[in-house]
Design a protein. Structure first.
Length: 310
């Protein structure tokens, strides 16, 4: 049978498949475009299966905040090369995934992949992922995701920041003790500044009080065992170690970091000033920071600090 170029063009625009693959699928389907697309999808699944063992350390992190700034999502989608990560189809997939995670709040990655595609009602995110693998010819994985939503009745805002075109992403949630403060644009700006701060400096804790005692004990033992202190008297060694551990921990505490936009201030001062100006106590309730490909040899967990209720 004769396959028209118009048919090939239509299917290529929808699937991104190669011209010969589309032609062969149409011929196999007897010219039925819907059947041809099913054939291509089956072929894409086989392609994805073959590529599933290949490493995926590149990709992109994407974020999306709801218009009311009370919920937000952060996702990491991986591929094999930076070249593929810049592909329009890949970018559409990662952004569409963030959109659906925000809209539907899936419990895990598997549940996220079962969600419908945001613009193609008959496709799931998993089938779109399969199609994209087939079109770009690289393995891809939805590695991790997180979604925040402020509890009903809790004043606050969310913000995100994406660094270096998707190499890093931050999602942060701020709460306020008064509704008026949450509605003030200054709080939204502060949330954006905090997201930028976390992207630039990183942090494991918001305040020193948030550091678990076992974490301090572990670092103390490490410092105690260093050779340069072996000859020091015990009392002096203990004081030196205490100072070293405090300095080390301060680097991991957000509120003790210099504010990137004004290094003359610590972040704690920035929050104190904001609380005074807004007439309400402002706190960071939680944050997540994804660095693309970080810890790929370990289970994919969020680099998250959750301090809900503090």
């Amino acid at each position: 049978m004769t396959v028209s170029m118009e048919q090939i063009k239509r299917i290529r625009e929808k699937t991104g498949s190669g011209m010969m693959d589309v032609r062969n699928a149409l011929e196999q389907a007897g010219g039925d475009e819907a059947k041809a697309m099913d054939i291509l999808r089956q072929k894409g699944m086989a392609t994805a299966e073959k590529k599933s063992a290949r490493a995926t350390a590149e990709g992109a992190v994407a974020a999306l905040i709801a218009p009311d700034m009370r919920s937000g999502a952060l996702v990491e989608l991986n591929c094999e090369t930076d070249f593929a990560a810049k592909n329009e189809r890949f970018q559409a997939l990662v952004n569409g995934t963030a959109q659906q995670v925000l809209a539907h709040n899936p419990a895990n990655v598997e549940a996220a992949l079962a969600l419908p595609h945001p613009t193609e009602a008959n496709l799931t995110l998993k089938s779109l992922l399969t199609d994209t693998i087939s079109a770009i010819q690289e393995n891809m994985t939805l590695r991790r995701m997180v979604r925040y939503e402020l509890p009903a009745g809790t004043p606050g805002v969310l913000a995100s920041y994406i660094h270096m075109g998707g190499k890093m992403g931050v999602l942060v949630e701020l709460t306020a003790s008064a509704d008026a403060a949450a509605q003030n644009p200054a709080l939204a700006q502060l949330a954006k500044d905090v997201a930028l701060q976390l992207a630039g400096s990183g942090a494991d804790f918001v305040t020193m009080a948030d550091i678990p005692a076992e974490e301090i004990d572990r670092e103390t033992q490490i410092e105690m065992g260093k050779e340069d202190l072996a000859s020091k008297p015990e009392a002096i060694r203990a004081n030196i170690v205490k100072g070293r551990v405090e300095k080390l921990m301060a680097q991991r505490v957000l509120m003790l970091q210099p504010f990137l936009k004004d290094p003359s201030k610590q972040m704690q001062q920035v929050f104190d000033e904001a609380s005074k100006a807004l007439g309400a106590e402002i706190k960071i309730s939680r944050f997540t920071r994804f660095v693309l490909g970080e810890g790929m040899d370990q289970p994919a967990e969020a680099d998250a600090c959750s301090l809900v209720g503090v």
